[in-house]
Design a binder for this molecule. Structure first.
Ligand code: DON
Length: 303
């Protein structure tokens, strides 16, 4: 299948709607000044075929899409022990909510809410130089040097009061081993990774290849681990809109408040869309529309 004309058609169809609806995240200036009318889309198939359209090579703040990579590193480093301190259920609450943590004794519902990613960052800090290892992993996965946006990382730290609250609260239950400042430094840098749609479509390729490296390097995850990441993406990857995503799109997805969404068609391809204006749950409004158009036109879905 030649995907290039389809991606161009999706970009052209959405062009008149760019910037018309939704809200760009503005809790930090570096995100607030991203123009709302940007749109990019890129995919890479298991055979290495690539297609992309619009602003597909423009770097953006990947924000919570990074929770995929924290989880990947956590699974690699800890295996089953990762699940001692993290659940696998949708939270049904906003991604930065504190409420469930109290009755659930400091164990976050899943790895894709902030508390879950912070809990993983803690376990990574105990084992490796997490900031450096993450860059090494991602640069190897997409074949280009990936970097942190230090302005975004500093702003996340300066405004991350809820994340400090979440980390301190988990620490009060004995669920965080390291200094909160050190753990959050990793978490904030992960949120501040800057990548393009094309880089993300390449880098997530192990998720449509049963864990195999997209460019033939050492396996990233085992087959079973990769399937589990996809299962968590489907049930928990898009904040409290996971039901809507499964209903409208039918693919495992992970979104970020920078406006990016990664989607996996197992055994076929990985796809990334970016458009910064968000719907109320924090997912890219036109990104969702683009994915819906893609699955409707191709019939690709896990269902
Ligand atoms: O940590 C935060 O609250 C922001 N950096 C938002 C990250 C994001 O994309 C939503 N998180 N799950």
């Amino acid at each position: 299948m030649d995907f290039q004309p389809l991606l161009e058609e999706i970009a052209a169809t959405l062009q008149p709607e760019l910037g018309a609806q939704g809200r760009v995240a503005d809790y930090i200036p570096a995100l607030g000044r991203v123009p709302a009318d940007r749109f990019g889309i890129a995919l890479r198939t298991v055979d290495g075929e690539e297609a992309h359209a619009g602003d597909s090579t423009t770097g953006f703040s990947i924000q919570s899409i990074s929770k995929l990579f924290s989880l990947t590193l956590g699974m690699r480093e800890l295996g089953e022990a990762l699940w001692d301190r993290i659940g696998r259920e949708p939270s049904g609450n906003p991604f930065n909510s504190l409420v469930q943590l109290e009755s659930e004794h400091g164990v976050p519902r899943n790895p894709f809410i902030n508390a879950g990613a912070i809990a993983i960052a803690d376990r990574l800090v105990s084992r490796l130089d997490a900031k450096a290892v993450t860059l090494e992993l991602l640069s190897g996965l997409c074949g280009e040097q990936v970097a942190y946006d230090e302005e975004v990382a500093a702003s996340e730290a300066a405004t991350g009061f809820r994340n400090f609250a979440l980390a301190n609260f988990m620490k009060s239950f004995g669920r965080i081993d390291n200094a909160v400042s050190e753990v959050l430094d990793v978490y904030f840098h992960h949120c501040a990774l800057r990548m393009s749609c094309l880089q993300l479509a390449r880098a997530t390729g192990y998720l449509c290849r049963d864990g195999r490296h997209p460019y033939g390097g050492a396996p990233v995850l085992t087959d079973r681990q990769a399937r589990r990441v996809n299962a968590l993406m489907l049930t928990c990857g898009t904040y409290d809109a996971a039901g809507e995503f499964a209903f409208r799109i039918g693919l495992p997805c992970k979104s970020g408040v920078g406006g990016g969404i990664v989607a996996v068609v197992p055994d076929r391809l990985t796809l990334c869309v970016w458009s910064p204006a968000l719907e109320p749950s924090g997912n890219s409004l036109l990104g969702m529309k683009a994915l819906e158009m893609f699955t409707a036109r191709t019939g690709l879905s896990v269902f």
